[in-house]
Design a protein around this ligand. Structure first.
Ligand code: C2E
Ligand code: MG
Ligand code: MG
Ligand code: MG
Length: 279
């Protein structure tokens, strides 16, 4: 019976694996079409000063409006796009579109920092810095209004090359955020060597502040270390007043989350900006 069970388990998993691979292949094919037919859109989630709640910037978040399947979330397709390298044209589109949008808002009198998520593949392109420069030049956006969010896993690849590239980006005047902080393997020595401006505490920590006291202690420690290193802290995934209050008390710098605003379409964002830059 044990053998039987083992075989069933094996079949179950290999079937699951097959389905998973089919799903990936399907997404890959569909992604190629999506690029060609412009099925992507950017949404924007405000980032607020933790005390005043003034909107300082927005994070650009990609949305895929599939003609039959409706909205497909980035968590579903970004990994496939990474694997197939389709992330390169997609990421390029995000960067250029985000810069143009920020410039447009700036022309309307709203100077917001726009944060763009940069995937590992994209960052590792040899000419990535030139591409950033191009997006700035093309849009006319001032570099200090562009922020790039890189993930914590990035520096693992080739530490020295990554540091050189980050310094080149910073010398353009563009700022860097370390995204998904707390989910990877960053050591404290990494933290001091990576030239980032902001650390973004992952929502998986922020979410459990009230139920896991160890998470609130970790957040307070991260804030303290970041401040010692002269870096700012952004907490993402703020879903309630209690969490916001905790972050205010803890000296966090910026917050982002459904409690303040979910990701908004550009039209919704414009309406919000017209009301004034408060939550
Ligand atoms: P991320 O960069 O860490 O983005 C934060 C995610 O948290 C977003 O999910 C956002 O909608 C969500 N979020 C914001 N506030 C809350 C909250 O209060 N509660 C909860 N539960 N979630 C909140 P989204 O838009 O689904 O994006 C997921 C991930 O996909 C992003 O994580 C990022 O890694 C990736 N992604 C999104 N857009 C892009 C892009 O243009 N390029 C690349 N390379 N990756 C992207
Ligand atoms: Mg991000
Ligand atoms: Mg994040
Ligand atoms: Mg994340």
């Amino acid at each position: 019976a044990a053998k039987e069970k083992g075989r069933n388990t094996y079949e179950f998993f290999s079937k699951r694996l097959e389905e998973k691979n089919e799903r990936k292949a399907w997404i890959g094919t569909q992604l190629r079409k999506a690029i060609e037919f412009n099925e992507f859109e950017l949404h924007f989630q405000p980032k607020h000063n933790v005390q005043s709640k003034v909107i300082l910037g927005v994070e650009a978040l990609i949305r895929w409006q599939h003609p039959e399947m409706g909205i497909i979330s980035p968590d579903q397709f970004i990994p496939v796009a990474e694997e197939t390298r389709l992330i390169l044209p997609i990421g390029e589109w995000v960067l250029r579109t985000a810069c143009k949008q920020a410039k447009q808002w700036s022309n309307q009198g709203h100077s917001l920092v726009i944060s763009v998520n940069v995937s590992v593949q994209q960052f590792l392109q040899e000419d990535f810095v030139t591409r950033v420069q191009y997006a700035l030049a093309e849009s006319g956006l001032s570099p200090e209004f562009l922020n790039l969010e890189i993930t914590e896993s990035l520096p693992m690849f080739d530490f020295d090359t990554v540091i050189v590239k980050l310094n080149q980006i910073k010398s353009l005047g563009v700022t860097i955020s370390l995204d998904d902080f707390g989910t990877g393997y960053s050591s404290l020595s990494y933290l001091s060597e990576i030239p980032f401006d902001y650390v973004k505490i992952d929502k998986s920590f922020v979410k459990h502040i009230h139920t896991h006291s160890v998470h609130s202690s970790i957040i307070q420690s991260v804030i303290s270390i970041a401040h010692t290193l002269n870096r700012k802290v952004v907490a993402e995934g703020v879903e309630c007043e209690e969490t916001l209050h905790f972050l205010q008390e803890s000296g966090c710098d910026e917050v982002q989350g459904f409690y303040l605003h979910p990701p908004l379409t550009s039209v919704q964002m414009e309406k919000l900006l017209q009301l004034g830059r408060y939550s």
